[in-house]
Design a protein around this ligand. Structure first.
Ligand code: NAD
Length: 297
């Protein structure tokens, strides 16, 4: 399935070009005058979305626990990007990041709760490591709740805003990852539904995006540990061959495009939604019928 087009794109990934090419030159004005705060935006999906938002007229605050990388990313994205150190497990950090947006730009229009981690965890529930479970839920779920809480604090008085969260197809379907990560991501879908019921009364929309597998550090670091000795091109090839949609694979730009839609007025009547970006992977399973001469009694 990895054809020539895919190989050339894999090389782009390895050169770091995937986070710049393909979308940095595509500009628009869908977010003109808007201010966005994106957690976990030093890298991967968050960085691609920050780039997309800036190219559509937004000012973006990159909030991430990785300080050096976050600062580099903000510098790379130019004057409309700013970095603030933020560990989403610390409510005060999340609160400060929101207050930073207000003090710097006087408003917060878009809050994208995207920071998350993967984990290695035994396959069986009987071997579940509850310390790992707590750590993952602390970042992937509690961190998202903190983001929604503090974004709502400043959005409710303005009676407008768009809140986004990154869920995952592993939260849509069972069996796509170990339980801990899967449970953390299915929680996001529930959080969005629950919060939509309150925030709609204040004119605030909340939605999540469920991406398919993308070879960002979150995934490649885990697979590098699993396939010890495999080079990064091999690892990226493994991830990109997981999909079912012929001729394409899931990239950070696909999630950035979904985020732009949900954050902008294009989605002005969309709330409580889980936008699955998976090339159709979770909606079907092909039945491999045996050939007529191979049917067993
Ligand atoms: P990534 O590793 O490139 O980015 C994750 C970012 O989150 C990093 O910059 C990291 O420093 C930051 N982060 C981690 N813990 C944090 C904390 N406590 N506080 C603040 N920032 C923190 O990976 P990514 O794929 O871009 O991940 C972004 C989101 O997408 C995650 O929520 C992930 O679960 C989700 N997701 C990823 C995939 C995939 O295949 N890559 C698929 C579905 C969902």
């Amino acid at each position: 399935r990895v054809g020539l087009r895919k190989h050339s794109s894999i090389s782009r990934v390895l050169l770091g070009g995937i986070f710049n090419k393909g979308f940095s030159t595509q500009t628009g004005s869908k977010l003109e005058g808007k201010v966005a705060l994106i957690t976990g935006a030093a890298s991967g999906i968050g960085k691609a979305t920050a780039t997309k938002f800036i190219n559509n007229g937004a000012k973006v605050i990159i909030a991430d626990v990785q300080q050096e990388l976050g600062q580099e990313t903000a510098k790379e994205l130019g004057p409309n990007a700013a970095f603030i150190a933020c560990d989403v497990t610390k409510e005060s950090d999340v609160s400060n990041a929101v207050d930073f947006a207000i003090s710097k730009y006087n408003q917060l229009d878009i809050m994208y709760n995207n920071a998350g981690i993967a984990c290695q965890s035994p396959a069986s529930i009987v071997d579940l490591d509850l310390a790992v479970f707590d750590k993952v839920m602390n970042i992937n779920v509690r961190g998202v709740m903190a983001g929604i809480k503090h974004a709502s604090r400043v959005m409710i008085p303005r009676r407008r805003g768009s809140i986004l969260c990154t869920a995952s197809i592993t939260g849509v379907m069972g069996g796509l990852s170990q339980h801990t990560y899967s449970v953390s991501k299915s929680s996001i879908v529930g959080i969005v539904r629950s919060l939509a019921s309150e925030l709609c009364h204040h004119g605030i929309r909340i939605n999540c995006i469920s991406p398919f597998a993308i070879p960002t550090p979150l995934v490649t670091d885990e697979l590098t540990r699993l396939y010890q000795g495999a080079d990064s091109e091999t690892i990226i090839g493994v991830v990109n061959r997981l999909g079912t949609l012929e001729g394409a694979y899931c990239e950070p730009i696909d999630i950035a495009n979904a985020a732009l839609y949900l954050a902008s007025d294009d989605a002005k009547y969309v709330s409580g939604h889980n936008l699955v970006v998976d090339g159709g992977f979770t909606v079907f399973k092909s039945l491999a019928l045996p050939a007529p001469d191979k049917v067993e009694k």
